[in-house]
Design a protein around this ligand. Structure first.
Ligand code: C2O
Ligand code: CU
Length: 478
């Protein structure tokens, strides 16, 4: 590729006359061999010989996994026996067929987070499909329409089921690989956490009662691709592409790497219109980030990727420490040459001239017994009438947060653009499916409902909030 050739030429030019480094031009501008082995994700067995169909069996099943060095193994829920579930990799336009079996002792479904697929494949119980009962099966079958990193998780009792280990990544590549100028050294990172007590058992998913619900329940063990504090082998100066998803039930991931910036090139709905440089990489639950990272430190040294407390409301930063997320071991190779492809994606702003205005307030109530109930416009999910929408209609939602905690607001099945308060689109243009609504703040989003009628869900992706009632439905009709 052009970028590699250019980088190599620059490297060679820079080394003229440096006999000590005479071998370096021979070394490809790549991460060390096996650099991401500790982060390897399982791949499913493809039963279908057609290269444009990925046809797999997938089983939600209990397992006992050693997730943390400090405790005995933990009984968890898994997809196919591991955390996270297998990486499903496809290209735009490919068909995915999943023969799903529920081996759990409770009902479940699979929701394909961020995918613009038909409503009956969306995994919402009683709307897309009946919940899959213990021992039963369901076939998911759809075409993947967009490039990007997506993920899958249950939509029944989702806070507890995700907290128990049910989530997995899906990577959809563009058909035309030349659209993809990113470095060759790429890795998918599934960030999550899990709450394990001293004897290795999962902490009660309802721990902390009402306060636990309001704050949301964070795990005490941070996992990357299901491993606690894994090691990535890096070579200083060589640019890596990290495809990151936050699959935690509540925890926001704000990440720092000493002396290194993150170049964000994409998020939920694929590439941004243009890249953004960031000192800290923030992902709310549900969000994805596509970032270029060029680790930079002395050969043979080590660094840590750290979790930095993010202020998402009362109790989220007080007395919280940074936490270690991943270890970076620097090889003894001579530094590589950072790759700086210039990404640009032609995106147009959604036209909002004829848009319908919709306002939503994210609210906190009490039930007759005085227990916390959350909802939308002061109505919990169980009593909320669906919002009407018509195919072809554009809506601008103003989403206000009346609570002391932030809410990562997620819409199923459609990408939206985030607007500034004055209605202009936030720059750079981007497609989102999850946006943070700050404490006592508000955000505007613009969404156009395309030709996929049915019932579509929206909710807070702090799954404790969703399960406490902060969810709603859209009834999209012709
Ligand atoms: Cu990941 Cu209903 O969403
Ligand atoms: Cu919330």
């Amino acid at each position: 590729m052009l970028r590699t050739a250019g980088g190599g030429a620059m490297l060679a030019a820079g080394l003229v006359g440096l006999t000590a480094c005479v071998d370096s031009p021979e070394l490809p501008n790549r991460a060390p061999p096996g650099w991401a082995d500790e982060l390897a994700l399982r791949r499913p067995l493809d039963r279908n010989p057609d290269p444009h169909i990925l046809e797999i069996d997938l089983r939600a099943t209990p397992a006992t996994l050693a997730l943390w060095d400090l405790t005995p193994a933990t009984p968890v829920y898994t997809f196919d026996g591991g955390i996270p579930g297998p990486l499903l990799e496809l290209a735009v336009g490919d068909r995915l067929i999943v023969h799903f079996t529920n081996d759990l002792p409770e009902p479940t479904t699979i929701h394909w987070h961020g995918l613009r697929i038909p409503a009956d494949m969306d995994g919402v119980p009683d709307h897309s499909q009946p919940a899959v009962l213990p021992g039963e099966r369901f076939d998911y079958d759809f075409v993947v329409p967009d490039a990007g990193l997506f993920w899958y998780h249950p939509h029944v009792n989702s806070s507890a089921q995700v907290a128990s280990g049910l989530y997995g990544p899906m990577l959809v590549r563009p058909v035309d690989a030349s659209e993809d100028l990113a470095p060759d050294d790429e890795v998918v990172l599934v960030l999550s956490d899990i709450a394990i007590d001293d004897d290795g058992a999962l902490v009660d998913p309802q721990s902390g009662g009402d306060l636990g619900t309001l704050f949301g329940r964070e795990g005490n063990v941070v996992l990357v691709n299901g491993r606690w504090l894994p090691t990535m082998s890096v070579r200083s100066g060589v640019t890596l592409r990290w495809r990151v998803v936050n699959a935690a039930r509540t925890r926001y991931f704000q990440l720092a790497l000493p002396g290194t910036k993150f170049t964000r090139i994409g998020n939920d709905g694929g590439l941004l219109a243009s890249p953004v440089e960031e000192d800290l990489l923030l992902l709310t639950p549900g969000q994805r980030a596509d970032v270029l990272v060029t680790p930079d430190a002395a050969a043979g040294s080590l660094q840590f990727l750290t979790w930095v407390p993010y202020d998402r409301g009362f109790g989220s930063t007080e007395f919280r420490q940074e936490e270690l997320v991943m270890r970076l071991d620097f090889s003894t190779d001579a530094p590589g040459q950072p790759s700086t492809p210039s990404f640009a994606r032609a995106l147009s702003p959604i036209s909002i001239t004829d848009a319908t205005a919709v306002s939503l307030r994210l609210t906190q109530m009490k039930d007759p017994d005085g227990h916390v109930v959350l909802g939308v416009n002061n109505v919990p999910f169980s009593e909320l009438a669906p919002l009407p929408a018509q195919i072809g209609e554009t809506q601008v939602w103003t989403i206000e947060n009346e609570m002391d905690w932030a809410h990562p607001f997620h819409l199923h099945g459609f990408f939206f653009q985030v607007l500034n308060d004055d209605g202009t689109p936030e720059q750079p243009l981007a497609w989102h499916d999850t946006v943070d609504i700050p404490v006592h703040g508000s955000r505007k989003i613009a969404v156009r409902f395309d030709e996929r009628p049915g019932m579509w869900m929206f909710h807070c992706h702090i799954l404790d909030h969703a399960d406490a009632g902060m969810m709603g439905m859209i009834d999209l009709v012709p």
